[in-house]
Design a protein around this ligand. Sequence first.
Ligand code: SAH
Ligand code: SF4
Ligand code: F3S
Length: 484
Amino acid sequence: MNLKAGSGDREHTETSSVYPPSEEPGRQNYFIEKCREHVSALAVSRGRSLTFHITTLGCQMNAKDSEKLKGILLQIGYRWTDSEDADFVLYNTCTVRENANLKVYGHLGYLQSLKKKQPDKIIALCGCMMQEADVPEKIRKNYRLVDIVFGTYNIYKLAEILWERFFTGKPVVEIWDDAGQIVEELPSYREFPFKSGVNITYGCDNFCSYCIVPYVRGRERSRKPEHILAEVQKLADEGVVEIMLLGQNVNSYGKNLPTPVTFADLLRRVERVDGIRRIRFMTPHPKDFSEEVLAVMRDSEKICHQIHLPLQSGSTRILKKMNRRYTKEQYLALVDTIREYLPDASISTDIIVGFPGETEEDFEETLDVVRQVRYDAAYTFLYSKRSGTPAAKMEQVPEAVAGERFGRLLDTIHENQADAIRKNLGRTLDVLVEKENDVHGYLTGRLENNTLVHFPGDTGLIGKIVPVKLTQEKGFYYFGETVS
Ligand code: SAH
Ligand code: SF4
Ligand code: F3S
């Protein structure tokens, strides 16, 4: 196929030239236009619009990537549909735990059966799982009806890859080994009109010994503060009131920029964007959490007093094997400092149960931290062996032992969570209204600490921040009523 890059003096934004421009984002805009013409011709011949569906697995990074993919597909002229009967079906995969992979393989069988009935259907896979060494090959061999496979580093090239599929009629597999440039200014579609994630870093340099993310997302890259601020300003201009700054380790933001910037500096600058009323961030790493960030949070009108502080294990011995680079005592001291600066902060966490070599004593240390911190919420995971990571070669804990510990951990967390939720019962707090509830006449929104609140109200309030009196607690969420 002829996809020669154009000469350097060609106008980058030109879309009707014979050769694609070499520079981004002009090059992708060129392919968006080519695909658009093709999709529009297909729509005429089929007598209907073409549709697409994206399934997103995994974390907020993938959710944000899917918004970018959706933006490109809408621009190409596909229409969104909730059904997998769509003409273009895309799976944005996760591989952080093995069951995420199993889910995808399980589903591919079903998609292939759909394709037998709809031969023109395009099946595409992208995301973290595709970056694993043996996965694209396994898919090529065992799932021959898959049309497109790409990875995490080239999602911005969706239009170019799709064009190649249209042009050649053959499967396209394009996986990069590491990140190229960060391409800004491509279309993106927001799931919510009033809140949005904003990437600040990509990748991770921490290499926690159990974790596959650094291998599938590459080394840490920070976006330039000007680019982040321009995006936040644009979002504010479009009516967004809440943003979540996204990265695998947000508080190491900016260290590798040509002119280094700290996460605290970035927060201060984001705070100054008019129109934004709530700022969140995810995920900070305990080893890099500076007091300066806490001071900025204390003095801020907008940064939510909500901190997700992954513990992973409460045992210093296991933390060392995990390569987390903090001890139980350092973690607890950080929680004390957080509470000094922000007495009302809600703190949530991630915990892994059954990491290789975890003994009953190690696990008791985890329960001890859970009891001391009294988390508002905790996400718990059974350790999952990821090949290629150092922990995969360590001695594994029997499944039954890990399962039993997991149950005990959940019980302890639920006791704490119930206490935490009772704290705010009867108070009137601000709620950002997100959507209509399934129960007629009710709305659903979130407190600053991210807890869900359901209350009677008019749909005109969606996207607004309103005071709500919390009248009943239900363990994980509240019922409330608006106050005037
Ligand atoms: N960068 C974030 C988390 C990214 S992955 C951080 O460091 O906190 C999200 C969560 O998945 C992790 O916090 C961890 O608890 C869990 N996780 C990662 N690898 C895992 C594995 N191999 N088995 C089980 N849980 C895992
Ligand atoms: Fe994985 Fe650790 Fe990086 Fe989080 S900080 S993404 S757990 S390696
Ligand atoms: Fe999964 Fe990739 Fe996120 S592995 S957790 S989707 S960074």
